[in-house]
Design a protein around this ligand. Structure first.
Ligand code: SAH
Length: 311
């Protein structure tokens, strides 16, 4: 079968993540299983791989894709923010490596019919986990103008958030905004299209913002980062791929703080807190895909890989 999603920075992920042939690994965002298939192929018979995704369709697809490795792979439909609970249910305390490849998969954008993309007319849903209560349609039609504006500005880094929120407020008076194309056209009618290479559709940032809000993506990442040091063995690796600056800033800050250890104010001449470093960063700047990779795989365009080793 052809999988619509091409995994990003595959070799770099494997090089950063795998330290023990028969180790215990977690893919916290298995998607359509591109990275996990490679992890399963490159690890030994006694290795174990635990695959999580919030999206039940992603779990179904990767379960089929990884069927030949079923003796060593376990699938759980759960948020990676609940990884501590998932591991304790499996009687596992700590693992050798955790991978997170954040954001949406090409499968979700192109095939799942839940309104992640504005290129096809779909209901405005955007829930990764259909058990969640709040949809993008509810946010767009029910939130106050100011709240909408804040979401679009903060999560979409959209300068025209105010105008977009106002236009939504005016339009919904005449009836609910219920489809992806309806919303995209509304945004396109007030945000001018930029030109030149790499120019994005004017609706991109607002769609990103709604998706982040519906799925509470930053809250999940924050919660995971606060638990992560407890979940890795000494020498174990954390590898995170991010696709926008909000997430990347959070990951970078967590890794810098872990590496520093000490939390005393910088003007204190000697350390009083006595906190030891928890991680060593594998590279200070992070890793970005090459131009060749971006040409072949547009999803790689904004990717940033950061990795750190538990000490
Ligand atoms: N590495 C995968 C692609 C991952 S795409 C591959 O090679 O195929 C990102 C995936 O993360 C999506 O399937 C999405 O449903 C999932 N996801 C997003 N937030 C999540 C969360 N909090 N917990 C678990 N999965 C999440």
């Amino acid at each position: 079968m052809e999988y619509p999603h091409q995994p990003v920075l595959v070799q770099e992920v494997l090089d950063s993540l795998l330290t023990a042939r028969d180790g215990l690994y977690v893919d916290g965002t298995v998607g359509t299983g591109g990275h996990s298939e490679k992890i399963a192929m490159l690890t030994g018979r006694k290795a174990r791989l635990i695959c999580l995704d919030r999206d039940p369709e992603a779990i179904d697809i990767s379960r089929q894709r990884l069927a030949s490795f079923k003796n060593k792979v376990t699938f759980v439909q759960q948020s990676y923010a609940a990884l501590d609970r998932v591991l304790s249910d499996l009687s596992i305390e700590r693992v050798h490596g955790i991978l997170l490849d954040l954001g949406v998969s090409s499968y979700q954008l192109e095939h799942c019919g839940r309104g992640f993309s504005f290129n096809r007319d779909e209901p405005l849903d955007m829930r990764m986990d259909p058990r969640d209560k709040v949809t993008a349609r509810q946010l767009v039609n029910r939130l106050g103008r100011k709240e909408l504006e804040d979401i679009i500005r903060r999560y979409g880094e959209e300068r025209r958030a105010r105008r977009i929120a106002k236009a939504i407020e005016n339009t919904r008076k005449r009836g609910p905004i219920s489809s992806s194309v309806q919303l995209a056209n509304l945004i396109r009618s007030i945000v001018p299209r930029s030109h030149g290479p790499g120019a994005k559709d004017p609706a991109t940032r607002t769609f990103q913002a709604l998706r982040i809000a519906v799925n509470r993506e930053l809250e999940n990442l924050e919660s995971f980062l606060s638990k992560c040091p407890e979940l890795l063995l000494k020498g174990g690796r954390l590898v995170i791929l991010t696709y926008h600056s909000l997430e990347d800033r959070m990951v970078k800050k967590a890794m810098v703080d872990w590496e520093r250890g000490c939390t005393c104010p910088p003007d204190l001449p000697v350390c009083k807190c006595g906190k030891a470093p928890l991680f060593r960063r594998l590279s200070r700047k992070g890793i970005k895909p090459s131009r060749e990779e971006i040409e072949k795989n547009p999803r790689a365009r904004s990717a940033m890989l950061r990795a750190a080793e538990r000490i």
